[in-house]
Design a protein around this ligand. Structure first.
Ligand code: PLP
Length: 389
């Protein structure tokens, strides 16, 4: 076993680095989840959570990974046999489609090449063609973590409105919330799905549904079976500062601290920092002579960058070298991108020098793996980082 000094570089697009402040906040005794101290923790945290989603409406917190919150959004709003419209933007969109089908929903899945987000014109076309309003929901992954492509949520909302269609709008923000600008209320989203372990800088274990009034009304008649995920009892208990089943107390301590950190930095600054780090990363990739997977500059992700390796070079072999030599984890290629791309996570608790160190590790790893790259990637990124902010 090699002895490692310094900190491991966890540069995957989630789970992300947990700040020391958050780790310290979580290392506290577990308290009575039916006592007054808990009620004040929960009441404060549930309220402070809303601005991060861009909402004044309730946000439900589950002790579950993001996948649970996907399921919750569907079972609370839809009935067996309902049709939903979804887009093949990448691996996570495919997983969500499969989950929906297993629940008994009919998914109209718009094919995609995994290099672009959902096309708003296609949304309008599909919904306009649905004259009988058989489509009950539009399901969109905001930031496709497998590709580094961010769909334009506001434009998709406009496309739904242009079709004059009443479908619900369900959006997965698991790898965008707290990293890329997002506005649940303003963009007319009905259920926003998110998770703790990416932009929110927490360990895995919590996930979220932000819920519109329209979604709450849909829940009154939705017929899919639901029990643990049912919003009703949770919202009822939350009104008094409690949960209907045992909450993840210490993750909530961490959440309260992470929300304070986002508030202190200011969300607009948080988004600008992510955009700048993404730009510096792309500058490095281009200087190396490699290709960014995202094909549309309007859809570049602020959270991560997926990089294509030239034909004949295995991205996982390169990742192994980086882990072995430099103690850094980079994201693997998922689904049909396995072996073809690696992903650089630049979301959450990072700064300019974390990114510079990350890109230095990537550059050295590429050379050690024998990938033909030009010099100057790190320099190109440093020029962006040292520029005006
Ligand atoms: C990570 C991620 C998921 C899966 O969440 P889990 O917490 O692993 O269940 C779903 N969607 C997106 C966009 C993600 O990034």
């Amino acid at each position: 076993m090699v002895y490692r000094t310094g900190r491991h570089f966890l540069q995957i697009p989630g789970p992300t680095n947990v700040p020391d402040r958050v780790l310290r906040a979580m290392s506290a005794p577990v308290i009575d989840h039916r006592g007054p101290e808990f009620a004040s923790l929960a009441s404060e945290t549930l309220l402070e959570l809303r601005p991060v989603f861009g909402t004044t409406q309730p946000v439900v917190v589950y002790a579950a990974s993001g996948t649970g919150a996907w399921e919750a959004a569907l079972v609370n709003t839809l009935s067996p046999g309902d049709r939903v419209l979804a887009f093949e933007t990448g691996h996570f969109a495919v997983l969500w489609r499969d989950l929906a089908r297993r629940l008994g929903l009919e998914v109209e899945f718009v094919a995609g090449d995994w290099r672009r987000g959902a096309d708003p014109a296609e949304v309008t076309a599909r919904l306009t063609a649905d004259t009988e309003h058989r489509i009950k929901a539009v399901c969109l992954v905001h930031n496709e973590t497998s590709t580094g492509v961010a769909s334009r949520v506001a434009d998709v909302r406009r496309a739904i409105d242009d079709a004059g269609h009443p479908a619900l709008f369900l959006v997965d923000t698991i790898s965008s919330l707290g990293s890329i600008d997002y506005r649940h209320d303003e963009w007319g989203v009905d259920v926003t799905i998110s998770g703790s372990q990416k932009g929110l800088m927490l360990p895995p274990g919590l996930s979220f549904n932000a819920i519109s009034q329209k979604a709450l009304r849909a829940a009154e008649s939705a017929g899919l079976p639901r029990s643990y995920w049912d919003w009703g009892p949770i919202l009822e208990a939350n009104r008094r500062g409690f949960f209907h089943s045992t909450p993840a107390t210490n993750l909530l301590y961490g959440l309260r601290e992470a929300l304070r950190m986002l508030d202190e930095e200011g969300l607009p600054n948080v988004f600008a920092r992510h955009a700048r780090h993404a730009e510096a990363t792309r500058a490095a990739v281009r200087a190396w002579g490699l290709e960014v997977l995202c094909a549309d500059e309007r859809e570049y992700s602020g959270s991560l960058t997926a990089v294509l390796l030239p034909e004949g070079y295995n991205a996982d072999r390169f990742r192994e070298i980086v882990l072995d030599r430099f103690d850094m984890s980079l994201g693997t290629g998922l689904g049909k991108l396995a072996g073809k791309v690696f992903r650089i996570g630049h979301l959450g608790h990072i700064n300019d020098l974390t990114l510079a160190g990350t890109l230095a590790g990537v550059q050295m790893g590429l050379k050690l793996a024998g990938v033909p790259v030009s010099d100057g990637g790190v320099e190109a990124a440093l020029d962006v980082l040292a520029g005006d902010r």
